[in-house]
Design a binder for this molecule. Structure first.
Ligand code: S3P
Length: 167
């Protein structure tokens, strides 16, 4: 096993689980949002404000295309599945995991996260956030080789489940 790709909605725990998997497997961590932030030289929030979501999505595709062949634990942004080009890359990568979670729990985790500022959920109601998540669910499912439900589960248990489920 040389690659695990974590997908799922904002608040699904991709970053935390990716860090754990990196420690457990010794594979390097490839956090696509972090790579994007380094390359654009500003926060995702500022980039959205200055250039708009579409420009961010183009950058996201460029980074995914460039990194797809690398070995490591990939943590992707929650919107990675929106573009057909990205879905087609993901479907060719092995061990793409959809970190699923109950929408109410996702909303709670997002509200509790004081560190990460996410432009798409900023000042949105729970119902509005769920309305972003719902149409994405089939897209996460379409790209995933394994779905892991993280609802009520500790990150350690989720990481173990992934390790036992990948090839
Ligand atoms: C986004 C998710 C974010 C980040 C950007 C857009 C989305 O990443 O890529 O704010 O559209 O779901 P996380 O899922 O790591 O929060």
């Amino acid at each position: 096993m040389e690659r695990i790709v974590l997908t799922g909605f904002m608040g699904a725990g991709k970053t935390t689980i990716a860090q754990l998997l990196s420690q457990k497997t010794g594979l390097p961590l490839l956090d696509l949002d972090t790579i994007i932030v380094e390359e654009i030289g500003m926060s995702i929030q500022d980039y959205f404000d200055l250039h708009g979501e579409e420009a961010f999505r183009r950058k996201e595709t460029e980074v995914l295309e460039r990194c797809a062949e690398e070995k490591g634990i990939f943590s992707t942004g929650g919107g990675i599945v929106l573009r057909e080009a990205n879905r087609s890359i993901l479907k060719k990568m092995k061990n793409v995991i959809y970190l699923k979670a109950d929408p109410d729990e996702l909303v709670k985790r997002l509200a509790d996260d004081q560190v990460n500022v996410r432009p798409l959920v900023l000042s949105k109601t729970a119902e509005e956030i769920k309305a972003i998540y719902t149409p994405r669910i089939p897209l996460y499912e379409e790209c995933a080789s394994l779905t892991v439900d993280t609802t009520g589960k500790a990150p350690e248990a989720t990481a173990e489940e992934i390790i036992n489920g990948v090839k």
